[in-house]
Design a protein around this ligand. Structure first.
Ligand SMILES: *Cc1c(COP(=O)(O)O)cnc(C)c1O
Length: 452
């Protein structure tokens, strides 16, 4: 039954996997336990993934929020192969290449008003954020009379990545608290009302503020009240504080528009792009900024205004080729147009499932990004105790019904590739419905057994 990969049997692979690997965000004691059967993914097609035992699953979280047009997309495959046959990678330090130049042009053109004019490439969401933070920090040092702007502000429950600088901005206890002693200090904010109340002398010390526009993903699909972003933009305009929009998750159509900022007519001073940039194929990131920021870094070598920041694989050719192809697919397949009815359908079927199920609490949705809470009591919103692992178990049970996704606490995340077909959306929501039912009943039985 089990397939062999490169002459290694499945049993040998499991042994290697459990003795040699360390997975992200994973309690490895449970992962390495003898009864845990790791799922090996072997193939993908559109919104589906196939495991080595021959089962097909809906990629319910777009392979951790990266995939856009589906797996094994011919257009993107071909673009990568074509680039591969020329060169896979050459350094962006001291040289350049056509794919990066073309991609930079197209990324700027996706933003209105011609305000974002410069693209700095890096590798992933965290480095795109690091880059924006360092640019903002250095920008003010090179702006006469504004050298006091050294502080940064970010929101509670924020997530901006896991490298040390990016995680300094993060506001999720479970991810960030252990690293407090190596984080740089942050002014932590709850919402836009609090920002508008910041005294002018405090605001004048702020270099920049970072926000996930419209929706905080890792916080459990937490939606900002409508208008938050626009209000933040006008507060930044009044106070001179730079606005960094983290569109790492929301970028490339997930919210129903190309970028989340478009919903509120906002152009930030920096935007961080990653996950979906290459259609979910390769690690590549971009930090976009304005000509004003860029100009402050120009000067003679002795003035030392150069931006000394970069990574070995900056502007990797394969990544740029994939990103260009992904943008082509948006046009050729009219991805955003076709997305509109899917967003409506998802809202309807989630509401229907939520209404029918005693265990599905609040549903939060922004475009094709959705989170639904598994709860003990729907009326009061009371949760199951964390030790019951309701979210994890619901996702595992959903797997048995052909849906692959990961929870955030007890929030089940549904964020499929934009290419997903309507019937697959229904199947995905059904899987969550039945999985929540099964798991909630199991947990309730366990708790009544222990309390007796
Ligand atoms: C995933 C994510 C990041 C970090 O991106 P990586 O590629 O994992 O480093 C940053 N910000 C947001 C909003 C994200 O969802």
């Amino acid at each position: 039954m089990r397939s062999e990969v490169h002459g290694t049997s499945h049993v040998e692979l499991v042994a290697l996997e459990k003795s040699r690997l360390w997975h992200p965000f994973t309690q490895m004691r449970d992962w390495c336990a003898p009864e845990h059967e790791p799922l090996f993914i072997e193939e993908g097609q559109a919104e589906m993934l196939r495991s080595s035992d021959g089962r097909w699953f809906i990629d319910g979280n777009s392979s951790i929020w990266t995939n856009i047009h589906g797996h094994n997309h011919k257009r993107i495959n071909d673009a990568i192969v074509k680039q591969l046959e020329r060169v896979a990678h050459s350094s962006f330090l001291g040289c350049t290449h056509a794919a990066a130049a073309r991609l930079a042009g197209r990324l700027c053109d996706l933003w209105p008003g011609g305000k974002l004019t410069r693209v700095f490439f890096s590798d992933d969401g965290s480095t795109a954020i690091e880059c924006a933070v360092k640019m903002a920090a250095q920008y003010w040092q090179q702006t006469p009379g504004q050298e006091q702007r050294t502080e940064f502000a970010a929101f509670e429950f924020a997530y901006h990545g896991d490298t040390t600088g990016a995680s300094s901005l993060g506001g999720i206890g479970r991810f960030h608290d252990k690293f407090g002693m190596i984080h740089f200090p942050i002014r932590r904010l709850t919402g836009v009302e609090e920002i508008e109340a910041i005294p002018p002398q405090d605001a004048s010390r702020l270099a920049a503020i970072v926000i996930e526009p419209l929706v905080q993903g890792a916080a459990g699909i937490r939606l900002w009240p409508e208008g938050t972003l626009a209000r933040l933009r006008s507060w930044c305009d009044r106070t001179g504080v730079l606005l960094i929009a983290d569109e790492v998750m929301t970028g490339f159509g997930r919210t129903g528009k190309m970028f989340a900022c478009e919903h509120e007519g906002v152009v930030p001073d920096f935007v961080a792009l990653a996950k979906g940039l290459t259609g979910g194929y390769l690690p590549l990131a971009a930090t976009l900024t304005t000509e004003r920021i860029f100009q402050a870094f120009l000067g003679s070598v002795e003035e030392s205004k150069t931006f000394f920041y970069g990574h070995s694989y900056t502007a990797n050719q394969l990544g740029c080729a994939a990103a260009l192809a992904s943008l082509d697919v948006f046009e050729e397949e009219k991805t955003l147009e076709k997305l509109k009815p899917k967003i409506v359908i998802l809202r309807e079927i989630l509401a229907e499932a939520q209404k029918k199920s005693p265990w599905l609490g609040e549903c939060r949705q922004c475009g094709l990004i959705a989170g639904v809470d598994v709860v003990r009591n729907k009326t009061s919103g009371e949760k199951f105790p964390p030790s019951a692992l309701a979210g994890v178990r619901t996702c595992l049970a959903a797997r048995e019904r052909g849906l692959l996704t990961r929870p955030i606490g007890d929030t089940i995340v549904l964020m499929p590739p934009l290419c997903i077909r309507e019937e697959r959306l229904k199947q995905a929501v059904d899987a969550i419905f039945y999985a929540a039912d099964k798991v909630a009943q199991e947990i309730s039985a366990e708790y009544s057994a222990t309390s007796n």
